[in-house]
Design a protein around this ligand. Structure first.
Ligand SMILES: Nc1ncnc2c1ncn2[C@@H]1O[C@H](COP(=O)(O)OP(=O)(O)OP(=O)(O)O)[C@@H](O)[C@H]1O
Length: 281
């Protein structure tokens, strides 16, 4: 039984700028989230219950439950093939074959590891895809300025570096003023320095816009620096929930408020790596 989703999911796979979930989607998507609350007592921006997905009869998601509070940054960790991307696609409304229930309050936008820009459209037109209204140009300009690319509106995607293209992908998500950003390894393909810059950009944008985020990452350190909470996906379920008890991530700060050198960081890092089966070196 499907209900019409009260959500506007954009930046998706099939239509990078305008993917909205269909009414036929068997994941029951309802909204608004009503009285559901997240762990901190804040209203939930996303609630998922009993999400299941199998491929060729093999269950990958076997009853995932999760809640993300408004403004909360949650990292999703798990071994390779544990189903992180599958879960993110389901939550984004991009998987018609999953079952369960998701509730989104507001708007979500997705950023993938690959920028997924349309090569035949200029940067500004990529960001504007699917938007309507008299102020589209102004919104696009603002979003590009926020990611530091105000001067690249008329560039072609092929003229951009990997990091710049990923910034455009972030602008394309941002311009939709999302309540929730779904990030699937968004910096995974970037070199280490660019990755740090993108993490810093994400922190600044999060501070300015207050969106919640679900960040799929392989990088335990990235999760510990950015997230309020870490979810571990294992055996098709959220096997563990780890509050990041290292002080607030404070996304407003110029520099990361947390550091790998601070007390407790190493122990938490080791615990997560152990949990992921990564041997100590
Ligand atoms: N379209 C598909 N058809 C068949 N199997 C799939 C499909 N998509 C994902 N799978 C399988 O589901 C499992 C989970 O894949 P998924 O990409 O969600 O894992 P992941 O945790 O994101 O992995 P990684 O960390 O390596 O990116 C894998 O075994 C994968 O082969």
């Amino acid at each position: 039984m499907a209900t019409r989703p009260a959500r506007d999911l954009t930046g998706g796979v099939d239509d990078p700028a305008g993917a909205t979930t269909g009414a036929e989607d068997p994941v029951r998507q309802t909204g608004p989230a009503g009285t559901a609350t997240g762990p901190a007592g804040a209203a939930a921006v996303l609630t998922a219950r009993a999400v299941r997905r199998a491929f060729d009869g093999r269950p990958v998601l076997a009853g995932v439950d999760l809640t993300i509070a408004a403004g909360e940054v949650v990292a999703l960790l798990g071994g390779s093939g544990s189903g992180k991307s599958t879960l993110l696609r389901v939550l984004a409304g991009l998987d018609a074959d999953a079952t369960g229930e998701t509730r989104l309050r507001g708007t979500a936008a997705v950023v993938f590891q690959e920028h997924r820009l349309l090569p035949w459209k200029r940067v500004g037109d990529n960001v504007a895809l699917g938007l309507t209204g008299p102020d589209v140009r102004a919104r696009v300009d603002r979003a590009l300025a926020e990611v530091g690319l105000a001067d690249r509106r008329r560039a072609w995607p092929a003229e951009l570096s990997g990091g710049q293209a990923q910034r455009v992908a972030v602008a394309r998500a941002l311009v939709r003023e999302p309540d929730l950003l779904l990030l699937d390894e968004p910096f995974g393909a970037l070199d280490a320095l660019t990755r740090l810059r993108m993490q810093s950009l994400l922190r600044r944008l999060r501070a300015e816009h207050g969106f919640a985020a679900l960040l799929v990452t392989h990088d335990v350190e990235e999760a510990l620096l950015l997230a309020d909470r870490i979810l571990l996906l294992d055996g098709g379920v959220i096997a563990e929930e780890i509050p990041v008890d290292l002080g607030p991530a404070d996304h407003r700060a110029e520099r990361p408020a947390r550091s790998p050198d601070q007390p407790g960081f190493g122990a938490l890092r080791r615990r997560l790596l152990d949990r992921l089966g990564v041997p100590a070196v």
